[in-house]
Design a protein around this ligand. Structure first.
Ligand code: FES
Length: 302
């Protein structure tokens, strides 16, 4: 059977037939990081083949896709996808204990992913003109207003089976479908409409105290994300990563240009079109995305 010599471990092991390099590492107790669970969906298991590249099996389709995306040279291989037919000398590229602790999800010797690929409804909300609103307020008042606003939004979102993933200044991202994906899009629509209503009720209150108020813009998209735990040590939290999250944020930004408060993507619209009332619909370019995209203004539930 072929042998693999590992650097910096300075360890040599024997492989089994049809075993990937990652499987061989884990079977032999080598702390080989594997964030996606060996599915060619990350690149942390990558190795640099120092000798014996010709004995490595050719890249499969999944590995080729990652290699092209990250511009890997031929000597960089994904250990979770590569089998060897002869002796190989390689270097693991995730090197220190800190990296291993952060990226390894070794459970019982078998690879398991650091995240989960899931289809979710992603809602992005932002306060319009908050900077000019906040400029005239004392900093403690700004904190008070934001806390009051986020409290109201959280109530509405959690009542509709959503979860606030993140706050960014005066913006927030909420996810729907984390635990139960049934009706995720419709729940997010209900939440969005509820948020607009809550802001409307908050307005007279803010105007009484500060003689001014604000509006919000909401963008909603449905798509695939990687749901994973991100952050340092005690600050780790569940969060969604992926292009679908960026798309929701870009849609929100377009509410200003389109004179709307709540815009949804085609992916949302096709799921809820029989249940919601649509105002404007438009087809336009979305920053960072190719081509034009259909967007729909949601004004109510039927
Ligand atoms: S690509 Fe993720 S573990 Fe190999």
């Amino acid at each position: 059977m072929p042998h693999i010599h590992y650097l910096p471990d300075k360890k040599e092991i024997e492989t089994k037939e049809n075993e990937t390099i990652l499987e061989a590492s884990l079977r032999n107790g080598i702390p080989h990081a594997h964030s996606c669970g060996g599915n060619a969906r990350c690149s942390v298991c990558r190795v640099l083949i120092l000798e014996g590249l010709k004995t490595c099996a050719l890249r499969n389709e999944k590995e080729q896709k990652v290699a092209e995306h990250l511009h890997f040279g031929p000597e960089i291989r994904l250990a979770c996808q590569t089998t060897v037919a002869g002796d190989v000398r390689l270097r693991r590229l995730v090197l220190d204990d800190e990296d291993v602790e952060l990226t390894s999800q070794l459970k019982g010797g078998t690879p398991s992913p650091a995240g989960e690929e899931k289809e979710l409804a992603i809602l992005f909300a932002d306060i319009r003109g908050f900077t000019s609103f906040a400029e005239t307020l004392l900093p403690y008042d700004v904190v008070y207003v934001l806390n009051r606003y986020f409290h109201e939004m959280d109530q509405v979102i959690s009542c509709n089976s959503g979860y606030i993933d993140n706050y960014m200044g005066d913006g927030l991202i909420a996810l729907f479908g984390v635990d139960d994906s049934a009706n995720a899009a419709l729940n997010a629509i209900r939440a969005g409409l509820g948020m607009l209503k809550a802001v409307k009720y908050l307005k007279p209150y803010l105007e009484t105290i500060y003689a001014k108020s604000f509006q919000i813009g909401i963008g909603l998209h449905y798509g695939e994300v990687v749901l994973g735990t991100v952050g340092a040590r005690n600050l780790k939290k569940l969060t969604a990563i992926g292009d679908a999250v960026n798309f929701a944020s870009r849609i929100e930004a377009l509410t200003k240009n389109t004179g709307t408060n709540f815009l949804v993507s085609e992916a949302v619209y096709t799921q809820v079109k029989d249940q919601v009332c649509i105002g404007k619909s438009t087809c336009m370019e979305v920053a960072g995305k190719c081509g034009e995209h259909n967007l729909y203004e949601v004004v109510g539930i039927k």
